[in-house]
Design a protein around this ligand. Structure first.
Ligand code: VGL
Ligand code: ZN
Length: 206
């Protein structure tokens, strides 16, 4: 049995002062650093969007039938692959906001997986983009490394952490998240909803 810690999106833009700050997001850094030594493998993920990314509210162009106000930050729009939240511009490739938090210990990280780099599709999960079909390659990496047990921590609890953990459980990994090392955006009850969906998918919540 081989265990990996997957540290999701602990980046400058998701911490206080950042472009899409998760409340108290920086509080996860110290507990995550402290737990890295307990795992065989540490993997970091990094939200990594091109400037023209379709999830950015300021890139959205309302169509002729759209009511005024369509496309505001934190509103939902219909993409070809389904509903998508429009976010403030964040984690743009090569910018300071996209950097991993400066205090996050990167020394034990064996893989840094970037996601969300395709302009037309967002990617919350570390396994599949938001069309639920396009793979990131992480499943193949873990399978080849013989990693069967996954622990998720990081940001945001109710988006990238939850989507990643649910996909992991569905792919057959023994999956848990450690909630004390996660912080949520909590958009219209999204944390309660994400916890329900994780529970149903068989993710253990610690
Ligand atoms: C995330 C919204 C947009 C996350 C990434 O890391 O949870 N949330 N991009
Ligand atoms: Zn993003």
């Amino acid at each position: 049995m081989s265990q990996a810690l997957i540290v999701v999106d602990v980046q400058v833009d998701f911490c206080p002062g950042g472009a899409l700050a998760v409340p108290a997001g920086d509080e996860v850094v110290a507990p995550i650093n402290a737990m890295m030594g307990d795992y065989d493998t540490v993997i970091l993920t990094q939200d990594w969007h091109p400037a023209e990314h379709s999830s950015f509210a300021d890139n959205f162009r309302p169509g002729p039938g759209d009511p005024a106000g369509t496309g505001a930050p934190f509103s939902f729009v219909e993409m070809e692959y389904g509903p998508q939240v429009l976010w403030p511009r964040h984690c743009v490739q090569g910018t300071r906001g996209a950097n991993l938090h400066p205090d996050l210990d990167q020394s034990r990280a064996e893989l840094i997986l970037r996601k969300g780099f395709r302009p037309q599709i967002d990617s919350y999960s570390a396994f599949f983009e938001n069309d639920k079909m396009t793979p990131t390659g992480l499943h193949g990496y873990l399978a080849e490394r013989g990693i069967t047990h996954l622990t998720f921590v990081g940001l945001a609890h109710d988006f990238c952490v939850a989507y990643s953990a649910i996909d992991a459980a569905r792919l057959g990994y023994d999956t848990r998240i450690i909630e004390s090392a996660c912080r949520a955006i909590n958009l219209n009850g999204s944390l309660a909803d994400a916890r329900d969906r994780m529970w149903q998918a068989g993710v253990a919540l610690f």
